[in-house]
Design a protein around this ligand. Structure first.
Ligand code: BGC
Length: 332
């Protein structure tokens, strides 16, 4: 063998070993670029899943993540929690694309109604199973959905409002997003529940972009433009919190009724002091936990139902005899 061949052979072998090492190493890291679990455990991981929330630091999604991490740890799964810092369809889609390109074993994602979402999921799903969580995308070929029955949840909110206000109210709705499937269903379910009540009028529907600050701005604007509003319904986790801030600032507690969504600590605090009268309970921890279990079942050939609805119910102040922390633990 000539000197040149020995050199070429040695260099090629060297690069081959380096690329294999990098492939194994970056196999874990390619989405979020950080090792999400104890490095010591990585070599014996069973599967690698990616969970894509609507927005990373949203308290509601942190509960979904917590549930998913628990199931992942129990089952030896590496779970990456990756996606937009603030709700962004482009970043959401990009994260799914990256996860698919890096050949993770499963993708768990909030379902989007954006027109690019369905073709992307349909393309990915041939190679990587996709489960939607929290919000479904029933027209796509996602393998399964786990989360609240959002129409029913909205319906419950509407019936609770009718009951609490004896069938009489001027209602303003603040919804997370006009185009998101679950938000639309929460509004439609509510409208169906109050539709037959002749003394209930929905006088405005505004959008908060799932931001508490925007929800507060919208609530303020609504109260200025429609001083006759007697009730608010907020359809995403931070909406009622934003509304409650404004109601307190304007010292309208007592004459304005607030129905919200979710049981975040601040929501429960506003319920305890009487600014928020009711909220729709969802089970984000359980959604996260079960989504990972479902993905494992899928990969191991066990049957997975295409639609799994987690529990939902109305919580009122009277149901809160204990501290909010205990309540959180009980609810989740
Ligand atoms: C919804 C989530 C949303 C969150 C926003 C929850 O009620 O289920 O989809 O991202 O509110 O704060």
């Amino acid at each position: 063998m000539s000197k040149w061949s020995v050199f070429a052979y040695t260099s090629l072998s060297f690069f081959f070993v380096i690329s294999c090492t990098m492939a194994v190493f970056y196999g874990y890291k390619v989405i979020a670029h950080h090792v999400p679990q104890e490095p010591g455990k990585l070599e014996d991981y069973r599967y690698h899943f990616v969970l894509v929330p609507e927005e990373l630091d949203n308290e509601y999604w942190r509960l979904v993540e917590k549930g998913a991490r628990k199931a992942a740890e129990e089952a030896g799964v590496v779970l990456e929690y990756a996606g937009p810092n603030q709700a962004s369809i482009d970043e959401h889609l990009e994260t799914i694309e990256k996860a698919a390109a890096s050949k993770v074993d499963g993708i768990i994602t909030q379902g989007l109604s954006d027109e690019q979402f369905t073709p992307l999921i349909n393309k990915v799903v041939g190679k990587t199973p996709v489960i939607t969580i929290d919000t479904d995308a029933a027209n796509s070929e996602r393998v399964a959905y786990i989360g609240t029955d959002n129409y029913y949840a909205g319906y419950l909110a509407g019936r609770a409002l009718v009951k609490d206000l004896n069938g009489k109210a001027e209602v303003a709705i603040i919804t997370g997003n006009f185009y998101a499937n679950h938000q639309i269903q929460r509004v439609n379910g509510f409208k169906a529940a109050v539709g037959s009540e002749k003394n209930i009028r929905i006088i405005d529907v505004e959008e908060s972009e799932i931001s508490r600050v925007k929800a507060a701005e919208k609530a303020y604007q609504i109260l200025k433009e429609h001083p006759n509003v007697t009730a608010f319904y907020g359809t995403s986790a931070l909406d009622a919190i934003g509304i409650a801030q404004v109601v307190e600032m304007m010292q309208r507690q007592g004459d304005i009724y607030v129905m919200g969504f979710d049981t975040l600590p601040e929501t429960l605090d506003y319920m305890k002091n009487g600014t928020i009268q009711g909220t729709v309970v969802q089970e984000p921890f359980e959604m996260g936990y079960k989504s990972v279990r479902m993905m494992i079942d899928l990969l191991e050939g066990r049957e997975v139902p295409p639609l799994v609805h987690t529990d939902t119910k109305i919580l009122r102040k009277a149901d809160l005899p204990i501290s909010s922390q205990e309540q959180i633990r009980e609810v989740h």
